[in-house]
Design a protein around this ligand. Structure first.
Ligand code: PMT
Length: 403
């Protein structure tokens, strides 16, 4: 689900670790998202990867020394630091963390980190024993106290062959952390947005479920769009193949009833709920404890009972209620009737028979209806952009004043 970082300046400080190869991938991912990526390298980093690699990927000069004639940094020591929206030190070695903690500025990475007023992210990478050492711990604590954003490290197999905590987290996760920093102070800062996603699963027996075609992409995209604007974003998600988005709390559920419990708990202190989940209207009346055997019968009938309507059960006095309507006919009429019967502020109607939108696709085409009778037909766009459009319209509807 790529969405643009156009116009964002990311200063990427690369320091000497075998994990430098992941910094190459990170630079590539950020560049593909249209960010301006200024790479700075320490001498040790250049032992692992050449500046040419980063220059080829970012199409920008790479700063690899303090005193290079053509280095912008040597002419104007703070140029990159000043224009950066985020300074990310990836990977950050133990010795770099020590230098940053103690205000050293003897290489282009630490000098930029010291000179910037932009948020500073460090993603540690080192052997587990080095990360666990009292010195590194103290340095990380000191950096955290000063507001430095420490992303990782992760656990797993390390270059030394040991298994432990010290692995650089994955570049896609680091992109998520960069987005969180870019979104700080956004127009949803201080707001809690709960989003439901995926198709609920109604058990028949311990093996079989009744479910639907929802992939969860729509809900996950709304949650990411909320996160990127500074919100506390919570996903109440039925099983999907999607990875947990960085910086979004994911509450896993299965059936409509379990989704209801988690949803109501999360909505108790939320500002808005966006119900992108495809919730089963019916559940199996008698769920079998044992796997139902095929036997000799050619027909198997299952009794279903109605599930409660989850969004209808939330009070619109306390929370902005936004639904989706998945329709295969009479899109607008059916969606408007759901808007009214469920007492929603807004509903995004999508035609689930369209081939390029609706279930599973990366894009969606919705018509947004509101209580006032507005009918806003949006063109085909990414699900992330649909989320952004919905959140734009939710902004003036919050029940409590700006935090
Ligand atoms: O997950 P994707 O593959 O990305 O697909 C996205 C989507 C097509 C699932 C999504 O865009 C969408 O339309 N979600 C709503 C699906 C749905 O259940 O629509 P509905 O028309 O049946 O229900 C209307 C609204 O009431 C929905 O917000 C639904 O979450 C909610 N509802 C429905 C039944 C129920 N028992 N409780 C509810 O709260």
């Amino acid at each position: 689900m790529p969405y643009s970082l156009t116009g964002k300046n990311i200063a990427l400080g690369v320091t000497g670790s075998i994990a430098c190869y992941k910094a190459v991938d990170l630079a590539s991912k950020l560049t593909q998202l249209n960010a301006n990526v200024d790479v700075m390298m320490t001498d040790a980093a250049r032992q692992f990867v050449t500046p040419l690699t980063f220059r080829s990927i970012t199409h920008r000069p790479v700063v690899s020394g303090m005193f290079e004639a053509d280095s912008e940094l040597s002419i104007n020591h703070v140029a990159i630091a000043e224009r950066a929206d985020v300074v990310a030190v990836v990977p950050a070695t133990a010795s770099t963390l020590a230098r940053l903690a103690h205000g050293m500025a003897d290489d282009p990475v630490s000098a930029t980190a010291l000179a910037t007023s932009a948020p500073l992210l460090v993603a540690p990478a080192m052997d587990a024993n080095m990360f666990d050492s009292p010195a590194t711990r103290a340095n990380v604590d000191l950096l955290r106290q000063r507001g430095v954003y420490v992303a990782g490290p992760g656990e797993g197999r390390l270059a030394s062959g040991l298994v432990g905590r010290g692995r650089l987290i994955e570049p896609s996760e680091i992109v998520g952390h960069v987005r969180i920093l870019l979104g700080r102070g956004g127009d949803l800062a201080g707001r809690k947005i709960v989003v439901s996603a995926g198709g609920t699963q109604e058990a028949i027996d311990p093996v079989r479920v009744i479910t639907n075609h929802s992939s969860g992409k729509m809900g996950y995209a709304v949650a990411e769009a909320a996160r990127d604007r500074g919100a506390e974003a919570v996903l109440v998600s039925s099983p999907t193949a999607l990875a947990d988005p960085t910086g979004v709390r994911v509450v896993r559920v299965g059936s409509a009833l379990s989704m209801r419990d988690a949803l109501y708990r999360e909505c108790a202190d939320a500002d808005a709920v966006v119900m992108a989940a495809a919730v089963a209207d019916w559940r199996v009346a008698d769920v079998s404890d044992q796997k139902v055997k095929k036997g000799g019968a050619d027909v198997w009938s299952i009794d279903l009972v109605k599930n409660p309507d989850l969004i209808a059960g939330l009070s619109s006095e306390d929370i902005v209620k936004i639904g989706f309507a998945a329709e295969s006919e009479d899109l607008i009429a059916n969606a408007r009737s759901k808007l009214l019967s469920k007492d929603l502020d807004m509903i995004a109607a999508n035609d689930i028979t369209a081939e390029d939108a609706g279930f599973s696709s990366d894009d969606n085409r919705v018509v947004i209806l509101d209580r006032e009778g507005a009918e806003d037909r949006l063109p085909l766009m990414s699900k992330y952009d649909v989320g952004a459009e919905i959140l734009d319209r939710a902004l003036p509807l919050f029940r409590s004043p700006t935090p």
